[in-house]
Ligand binder design. Structure first.
Ligand SMILES: [Zn+2]
Length: 488
């Protein structure tokens, strides 16, 4: 391998490729990223006004540089996602309705169109359930553990009320719990998915209210629960479903003699948005403003080349996906609703965070590096091409440490390229590593190393130039230990 690369390195540079790679400059990157990661874009959270501003910014740009909109002439691949809001869940108590997120926390998964009334049995610490008929009933316990939940589920209990060990701590933790629990993750499916489970975490005061006794009597009965009489408890669990409309941004450059084959160059343009009250903005300059800026610069270089008669042989799809921060949802959507056949999609070069120098490289003083991930997983050609591009043109350190299958970070599975890899498409993921500002309000433009970022983007450009122009597409001649090489 070393010899082959050394021999290749003697090869002359492709002057045409160099000309267009040189249009990718630190200055251009700074001017683009300063807009994308500005406060005005509010952290670009999926489905929000900030994300819409970012999509408009990309649309205007792709139009200006003359790329085609592949979705009926537009640059938007629109789709809807759904989110369940559980704030309407209530329990009826003496003195009125108690609300989820304010008075207790609902932990389960269910949807009922009518209020449910259950005879509810206090089982105390649940140490002795023998001989108890709990089938179809509500069960109130003072023990919160997986074993107890499993044991109670076996009895056929319909709902579980878990009594807090300490009311003061419970109420203190409640607002934070509510932030995590009130809204479900975004999903493509409308309504409630998966198995039904009805679990309420409630304070002692509410438990005593429901069982028509005092807190002291109830808690004293934890090990002798039969002294507390069963009571009817009514509640309703029905989420409100919100529709979140969002879009992947796509721009297309048609190739020449191999135009039916598509090379994808991707990034995610969404980020994690603002805090609750809008006072703190997570600008996401590195994550993934940097990758999106990289894709824009590479698109601009290819568009200019095409205008001047140097159109690539294969077609290129520039893809800025949404919903990465919500679980790679936009790239999943693309891979399940591809605009071009996946069997003709030859590679995905995915850029997620290329604007920073991580603490280790900062310390060693070696800033010219990038982590290259996944290049050997599905094709024996891709890493060689990437190495060739680097040795011939960019000469930065390509660090492969995250290809180690034992690496606990599992980055290969954690960005959008993975949805292409799953479909058997060889990918490369470019990444600068994590840092203290990752997913924090301090991931800002002033911390970006634009000189390094431009070199990394040039490496992606040169790799793309070769992949788009060589005779043979990279063969899928390797399989990973996991079976996601089968094409749908
Ligand atoms: Zn990211």
């Amino acid at each position: 391998m070393g010899l082959v690369i050394a021999a290749l390195a003697v090869n002359a540079q492709d002057k045409t490729a160099v000309k267009y790679a040189n249009t990718i400059t630190p200055e251009d990157m700074k001017s683009k990223l300063s807009i994308l990661a500005s406060d005005d874009f509010q952290g670009r959270e999926t489905g929000t006004e900030g994300q819409k501003k970012a999509s408009k910014f990309l649309e205007d740009f792709y139009q200006k540089i003359g790329l085609e909109g592949p979705v009926d002439g537009t640059y938007r691949q629109k789709f809807d996602m759904y989110q369940n809001d559980w704030s309407g869940v209530y329990i009826k108590a003496k003195g009125g309705k108690k609300m989820n997120g304010t008075d207790f926390i609902f932990m389960g998964n269910a949807s009922m169109d009518k209020e449910m009334k259950l005879s509810t049995v206090f089982v105390g610490d649940a140490s002795n359930l023998e001989g108890m008929d709990l089938e179809g009933k509500g069960v109130m316990t003072t023990t919160s553990s997986r074993e107890v939940f499993a044991k109670l589920a076996e009895t056929g209990a319909k709902a579980i009320f878990v009594v807090a060990a300490n009311d003061e701590q419970f109420m203190q933790a409640l607002p934070r719990q509510a932030r995590f629990r009130m809204l479900s993750r975004l999903s493509y499916e409308k309504g409630v998915q998966g198995d039904e489970s009805i679990i309420f975490n409630i304070p002692q005061s509410l438990a005593a209210n429901l069982m028509n006794t005092s807190v002291d009597k109830l808690m004293a009965a934890a090990s002798s629960p039969s002294s507390i009489k069963a009571r009817n408890v009514s509640f309703k669990v029905e989420p409100k479903t919100k529709t979140i409309s969002t879009e992947n941004m796509v721009a297309f450059l048609e190739g020449t003699d191999l135009k039916d084959e598509i090379l994808v160059i991707s990034s995610h343009y969404d980020h994690i948005g603002m805090n609750e009250d809008g006072t703190v903005i997570n600008n996401g300059a590195d994550d993934d403003g940097s990758g999106t800026t990289g894709v824009m610069e590479i698109a601009e270089a290819f568009a200019q080349a095409a205008k001047e008669g140097n159109r690539p042989r294969r077609s290129i799809l520039f893809l800025n996906v949404t919903g990465e921060e919500k679980g790679l949802l936009g790239s999943q959507y693309y891979s399940e609703h591809p605009l071009f056949p996946l069997e003709n999609t030859v590679n995905d070069l995915n850029i997620d965070m290329i604007g920073r120098v991580d603490p280790e490289h900062e310390e060693s003083g070696n800033r010219d590096y990038v982590y290259v991930i996944g290049s050997e997983k599905l094709s024996s050609h891709l890493k060689v091409i990437s190495e060739y591009a680097n040795i011939t043109y960019t000469n930065i350190d390509l660090d492969y440490r995250y290809d180690d299958p034992n690496d606990r970070n599992r980055f290969y599975y954690r960005s959008d390229h993975y949805n292409f890899a799953k479909k058997g498409i060889p990918i490369i993921f470019y990444f600068n590593g994590t840092h203290a500002d990752y997913h924090r309000p301090t991931d800002t433009v002033d911390k970006i190393a634009f000189d390094v970022m431009a070199k990394r983007a040039q490496l992606v450009f040169h790799t793309a130039w070769i992949l788009a122009n060589r005779d043979q597409r990279t063969p899928v001649d390797r399989t990973d230990d996991m079976d996601y090489t089968s094409r749908d």
